[in-house]
Design a protein around this ligand. Structure first.
Ligand SMILES: Nc1ncnc2c1ncn2[C@@H]1O[C@H](COP(=O)(O)OP(=O)(O)OP(=O)(O)O)[C@@H](O)[C@H]1O
Ligand SMILES: [Mg+2]
Length: 293
């Protein structure tokens, strides 16, 4: 499915609400152009789903992010690479509201100023984040992990007692297929391999139907076969959501970026280079600071 064709993105693709127009939750606005605009939708009418400009984060005077600027187009799968300490995780912390930027702009689409939102509101706005270590409910079957991820009440007992309606069941089945864990649906999550747990956690994020998925080193510590399986999964999500993937494994990056995908190289808290994987691999500064000779 093309994100630009989905109901949410289609609404977001319409004109922005006029400045100063107040709206109640769930209400629809009719802009001067006659489009209906959902106030909570991400407005990607100008292309980017994520826009960072001159973002600076200092820890005791050390600039972990140093005037970082970058943007990601709606529907894009962007790979981010760069040496240890470049600020890649800090950047994700800023996008998700875990860390506050001291200055700069962080926007989701045209209109959502993420610096003004807290972590929960940013997640609700459609940003999902996967940390390096999988965080699944080990004592619960795979199916229940997906079920719990969908519920707003995170107390598992309350969540599991609430009845699942047919669309919710269908959604779980769809996600199980996407993450290729249909055969493991009733196995305890704790029994899965590391790679399968990574896929399950991505499935749990998908239950929330994120518009932008941030993944920090998802292939770290998994086997080569599982790494390629993970690349297949992320490639299959193209069109469903935009993605930003931080990774050191260059085979994985190659499998995601292909010949034409954009790859961003970060170093010292800023963008060092951007281009196709081939282009950045040939960039002297990238070779110097990251890839080595
Ligand atoms: N909470 C913090 N307090 C102090 N310094 C921090 C904090 N978080 C990150 N840093 C520093 O900021 C810099 C950037 O760290 P960050 O974790 O963002 O790098 P990274 O690009 O994700 O590296 P890696 O590839 O190793 O994961 C590092 O020098 C790190 O030590
Ligand atoms: Mg990191």
């Amino acid at each position: 499915m093309n994100p630009l064709k989905s109901p949410r993105a289609a609404a977001a693709g319409a004109a922005s609400p006029a400045p100063g127009v107040a709206s109640g939750a769930g209400q629809h606005l009719t802009s001067g152009l006659g489009h209906v605009v959902r106030p909570d939708a991400i407005d990607v009418s100008h292309g980017p789903i994520l826009y960072l400009e001159d973002v600076t984060v200092s820890f005791d005077g050390f600039r972990a992010l140093n005037a970082l600027s970058l943007s990601i187009d709606a529907g894009e799968l962007r790979c981010m690479i760069g040496p240890n300490g470049a600020g890649k995780t800090t950047m994700m912390d800023v996008i998700t509201g875990k860390t506050r930027a001291q200055s700069g702009k962080v926007f989701l689409g045209q209109t959502l100023d993420l610096r003004r939102l807290d972590e929960a509101a940013i997640a609700r706005a459609g940003v999902g984040r996967k940390f390096q270590k999988p965080t699944v409910f080990e004592q619960h079957p795979v199916w229940e992990n997906l079920e719990l991820a969908m519920k707003s009440d995170k107390r598992w007992f309350a969540a599991l007692r609430a009845r699942l309606d047919a669309p919710a069941q269908a959604r779980i089945e769809e996600v199980l297929e996407t993450i290729r864990l249909e055969d493991a649906a009733y196995r305890l999550a704790g029994e899965l391999s590391h790679g399968q747990k990574q896929r399950l956690e991505i499935g749990m994020l998908l239950m929330q139907q994120p518009q932008l998925l941030l993944l920090d080193e998802p292939a770290a510590g998994i086997t080569d076969d599982e790494t390629m399986e993970l690349a297949r999964l992320l490639n299959s999500l193209r069109g469903q959501c935009s993605m930003m993937v931080v990774e050191h494994d260059m085979d994985f990056v190659a499998a995601l970026a292909g010949e034409t995908g954009r790859v961003t190289v970060m170093a010292e808290g800023a963008v060092l280079a951007e281009g196709t994987l081939d282009q950045v691999k040939r960039d002297e500064r990238v070779i110097e600071s990251y890839l080595g000779r």
